[in-house]
Design a protein around this ligand. Structure first.
Ligand SMILES: [Zn+2]
Length: 107
């Protein structure tokens, strides 16, 4: 899990990222932190590895919610802004079993 257990929000259950809610956030375009509809830009928070791969595990966020989450996540995390994203579900032989987000219009 990329998220330390201190993170809380709409997509977390007892400090653990809830996969079903993450999928819901992706399909319904709602914020993973507050559960409200997303506008633009959309923000993602991740570690440097996720940033390098341009592939994030935490659900899409509002700017403000992303800033809150970035503070909570602590050092070693980054925030990116994008006009849009692709939602990637892991394939059967995918080494990464978690659904992820690929920003496709970085701002
Ligand atoms: Zn939000």
């Amino acid at each position: 899990m990329p998220a330390p257990p201190t993170l809380v929000g709409f997509a977390w259950c007892d400090g653990v990222l809830d996969r079903r809610t993450v999928v819901r956030c992706a399909l319904a375009r709602v914020c993973g932190r507050c559960g409200r509809s997303l506008g633009r830009p959309v923000v993602f928070v991740g570690d440097h590895d996720e940033h390098d791969r341009n592939s994030f595990h935490l659900p899409p966020l509002h700017e403000e919610c992303g800033q809150d989450l970035l503070r909570a996540a602590g050092p070693g995390h980054v925030l990116v802004r994008t006009g849009g994203f692709e939602f990637v579900r892991p394939g059967r032989d995918d080494p990464d079993e978690e659904p992820r987000f690929v920003p496709n219009s970085l701002l």
